[in-house]
Design a protein. Structure first.
Length: 363
């Protein structure tokens, strides 16, 4: 009677016990109830932990972590990807696979220019997937073309290409053919679809860097009644993509209006990130795009002109110290270059464009 009672109890437990039920069924088939072995085997089964092994991971010893890291260092999983910005690469080493980076700024500050300049540099050496939910793929193409050709009158529509000399057009095609850069400019309705598409591109094209412009344009079917929870979920998913797909994820984000209400130089801080505190928690690095000229501050503390200058303020760095990177910017030509003392304009020789493999990147 006891065995029958125990069996009936097990049949009524939650689905996590199904594996134990199956084992008991097999025992009852193999052995008659009067067999004394039955009771002992049932006791052993009931003593098994009620755990779904597919949902629980084993812990790792500190020695295992060290050995795994050493193995990774011998392969390419610890690969650092140069940005092409000398100041960034010298101070921070480059981009790491598995890294989640946020670039924040107020509207019109230059976030898209930073992302696009970074994408064009990185894609000379590795595969980049660029999600643009603010500008079309064609608009992005025009910006990169303008930065490369350095025309006095930027390209804005197909008719403008009729004024481009044949040699320059040939050079532009050669440059574009060297870029491992893919654009995606369509709305994505869920983060599951977004994750699956990223996974597909990583497997099929070997994508190493994923850029999103900008994070708040992504959406999720979850937490529709709470924008804060929705943004938190989106940010966690982006971090998950970086870690699980072993890519570097870089996303821009909007900042709140509290920056404008602040006195002084109005430099952003982490609490200015719009709609969510989860973004700053998830990110490995948080940069802010800052241009003093934007706020009418034309002279810095050293009495130097701030015209056409931009700062990338590293406000959070999970793996190192914080710093500020300074750049020269030209919005007309959609160009960005590390700042050089004594230079107020871009000086890029035409002949450098012919050799796209040189270490000293013209961009």
């Amino acid at each position: 009677m006891f065995l029958l009672w125990l069996y009936n109890c097990l049949l009524g437990v939650n689905p996590d016990m199904m594996t134990i039920q199956d084992k008991i069924n097999n025992i009852l088939i193999d052995f008659p109830p009067e067999n004394g072995i039955l009771f002992d085997r049932l006791k052993a089964l009931v003593a098994e932990p009620n755990i779904n092994e597919s949902q629980v991971y084993e812990s790792r010893s500190i020695l295992h972590c060290l050995e795994e890291t050493i193995d990774d260092s011998e392969g390419n999983s610890n690969e650092l990807i140069p940005t092409g910005w000398a100041n960034y690469d010298n101070e921070l080493g480059g981009l790491s696979l598995g890294e989640y980076i946020i670039i924040g700024g107020r509207p019109g500050m230059g976030k898209s220019l930073v992302l696009l300049d970074l994408a064009s540099r990185i894609s000379l050496q590795t595969e980049v997937l660029y999600f643009s939910f603010d500008l079309t793929s064609t608009a992005l193409m025009y910006r990169i073309a303008n930065g490369f050709l350095e025309r006095p009158i930027p390209l804005h529509n197909p008719a403008d290409f009729k004024r481009v000399q044949a040699d320059d057009l040939k050079l532009l095609k050669s440059y574009f053919s060297a870029l491992h850069l893919s654009f995606y400019d369509q709305h994505i309705e869920s983060m599951t679809v977004f994750y699956n598409y990223c996974e597909k591109m990583v497997k099929e094209k070997g994508v190493k860097v994923i850029i999103i412009d900008y994070l708040q344009m992504l959406s999720s079917r979850r937490y529709r009644n709470s924008r804060v929870l929705e943004i938190d979920y989106i940010s966690r998913t982006l971090k998950k993509i970086a870690q699980e797909l072993k890519v570097c994820v870089i996303a821009s984000t909007q900042l709140s209006r509290s920056v404008e209400m602040r006195g002084g130089d109005k430099k952003p801080i982490l609490s200015d990130i719009r709609e969510s505190g989860g973004i700053e928690q998830d990110a490995d690095k948080v940069f802010f795009v800052y241009r003093p000229e934007y706020y009418g501050l034309l002279i810095d503390e050293y009495n130097e002109s701030t015209l056409a200058t931009m700062e990338l303020i590293l406000a959070k760095n999970r793996f190192g110290s914080i710093t500020t990177l300074k750049f020269q910017v030209d919005f007309v030509k959609s160009k960005l270059a590390p700042f050089q003392e004594g230079k107020t304009r871009f000086e890029i020789r035409k002949d450098r464009k012919l050799n796209l493999e040189e270490e000293d990147n013209p961009f």
